[in-house]
Design a protein around this ligand. Sequence first.
Ligand code: NAD
Ligand code: TYD
Length: 333
Amino acid sequence: MRLLITGGAGFIGSHFIRYLLQAYPKYRIVNLDKLTYAGNLDNLRDVEENPHYRFAQGDICDPVMVNTLAQEVDVIVNFAAETHVDRSILEPGGFIRTDVHGTYILMEAARRFNHRRYLQISTDEVYGSIQTGAFTEDSPLQPNSPYAASKAAGDLLVLSYTRTYGFPAILTRCSNNFGPNQYPEKIIPLFVTHALEDQPLPLYGDGRNVRDWIYVLDHCAAIDIALHHGKTGEVYNIGGGNERTNIELTHLILNELDKPASLIRSVTDRPGHDRRYALSDQKIRALGYRPRHPFEETLRETVRWYRDNPAWWQKIKSGTFRHYYDQQYAGRW
Ligand code: NAD
Ligand code: TYD
């Protein structure tokens, strides 16, 4: 298989590239990434010399670039997106551009070169919030943030292509990922690295919002299954089965680092903050998927990874991140 992986310099995409190179040594991978603030080639240092891997810097919204790369492959896996809810509240434009228009450009290229598979990596956030029970793949889409809405729009476009053109696409919708190399704007790396620096941890609202956490390599394994065994036009939810409130999660992080609870600060809530996410993932389980990484053990390993790799996150936190952080959290303390 020859694959164009987009957004492969980000958190999940970089894990997926490494996963594929190990699991399928004969596959050939081109990684197209714009290297936005979230793209980081440090995430892929260990594979950059692999003869089956190549990096191309570029934008999924650029049809010339996309067509040039798409003609060399037969599959696209699209991870490229603007991904952070809080940033989408500050500036939605880039989300609509990349997550909707970029998806369209990729699909047009895949159609033009008769690709055999297109995989769109999406999120549980498209379903909105649920008080009890869990969303199935047939639940209505009720996104509440510009991020979730732009992903939902991309999803609907992908599904329309399968029905209109018989386009060979599959959609996956996963819950909250965690693991090494996650950009420290997201709660786990933000709180771990802040705690290591004895900085206050900004917990939104009452801290009782619930997320279902999945270790990033379980997500990669599920994508592998969807890619090889999924059916065209189908959506597959991918859950971790690890629901935790944010305050529970925060205490687990502080305990692992032996840091005091006094670091926790309650700050003004995120507008439109979804209370709870929960997915039914029976459909991907029927294809053989099982999450294999126990939550608390892999969370501890993840916390230790950030503790033991300060150079990775200090480089980020001493750069443009600072400006974002000051703007995002100003007036909320
Ligand atoms: P990330 O923000 O870490 O990485 C996104 C990558 O996309 C970066 O490398 C960035 O440079 C690249 N990118 C952004 N705009 C681009 C463009 N126009 N052209 C080319 N590259 C571009 O994101 P992530 O957490 O790794 O998420 C990857 C995908 O998984 C996204 O589609 C996201 O919606 C989805 N997802 C994420 C989670 C999660 O918990 N992180 C959960 C479910 C689904
Ligand atoms: P986040 O990591 O941004 O993921 P998402 O919004 O996509 O689920 O946030 C996870 C949860 O943590 C969410 O309920 C918001 C909360 N949160 C905080 O309490 N403080 C923070 O500084 C951040 C970034 C998130």
